[in-house]
Write a protein that binds this ligand. Structure first.
Ligand code: HEM
Length: 206
């Protein structure tokens, strides 16, 4: 029987929206020397969120696990072709095209944070600083495609994917959902981020 079932646990949702907020604010604070401290704090927060997501990809719930959205290139091409024809297969977790954007977003995010930390060192090379900027621009492009893909998928399947990323729920057979949301872990993540923010902004590391 089709009903509302839980697909995205709380830590995955908190990760998603905090990641969006920290990336966007880090981008906006990147161009001002006066706001450098905030920019760096946001970078550390993003790196912490990504480190958590890497761990959660192995120990998290069914649809958050990396194994649930590992597709081979053939599956991605088939999905994209069926999407062009207007009849893509429905997936409850990430679809093959969405999974490509997720892999790219996660790896680019880590690359940006690591090159950012390297760029902070006194002896940082111009190359590192340039790579940090180029990767950020590449990220903006992938984010644009990611949002386009989310909208296209939502329209084709008549399913509000953005709302699901907030509520965690989608319509599916009852046995397809996850059992636990791990709400406490989501609350803990928000608390750690808020505490880090206030401690760091008062007394920056290094
Ligand atoms: C308004 C902007 C955005 C919207 C509406 C949005 C929406 C979504 C939605 C609906 C999903 C789930 C896709 C699915 O059902 O398969 C998702 C996943 C994801 N999004 Fe976004 N997104 C936005 C911005 C971003 C940004 C800025 C980033 C990166 C900095 C990002 C990174 C990700 C990642 C990594 C996932 C996978 C989540 C996971 O499995 O942990 N998104 N997004």
């Amino acid at each position: 029987m089709i009903q509302r079932v839980l697909i995205w646990d709380m830590p995955t949702r908190v990760f998603h929206w905090l990641q969006l907020a920290s990336f966007c604010t880090a981008y906006l604070t990147a161009f001002s020397e006066r706001l450098r401290n905030y920019h760096v704090a946001l970078g550390y927060i993003l790196l912490g969120l990504l480190a958590f997501r890497l761990l959660w990809g192995f120990i998290g719930t069914r649809y958050a696990r990396f194994g649930s959205f590992l597709f081979n290139p053939g599956e991605v091409v088939v999905y994209l072709l069926t999407m062009v024809k207007g009849k893509p297969q429905h997936y409850l977790g990430h679809n093959p095209a969405g999974a490509v954007s997720v892999w790219l977003l996660l790896s680019l995010g880590i690359f940006i944070c690591v090159t950012g930390i390297m760029a902070l060192q006194d002896d940082a090379s111009d190359l590192v600083v340039a790579m940090h900027g180029v990767a950020t621009n590449a990220m903006l492009g992938i984010i644009f495609l990611h949002i386009l893909g989310v909208l296209a998928s939502s329209i084709m399947h008549r399913e509000n994917l953005v709302r699901s990323m907030f509520t965690g729920y989608k319509s599916a057979e009852s046995g397809e959902g996850i059992q636990r949301s791990y709400g406490w872990l989501g609350v803990l993540m928000v608390m750690v981020v808020v505490i880090f923010w206030f401690v760091y902004v008062r007394k920056p590391l290094g």
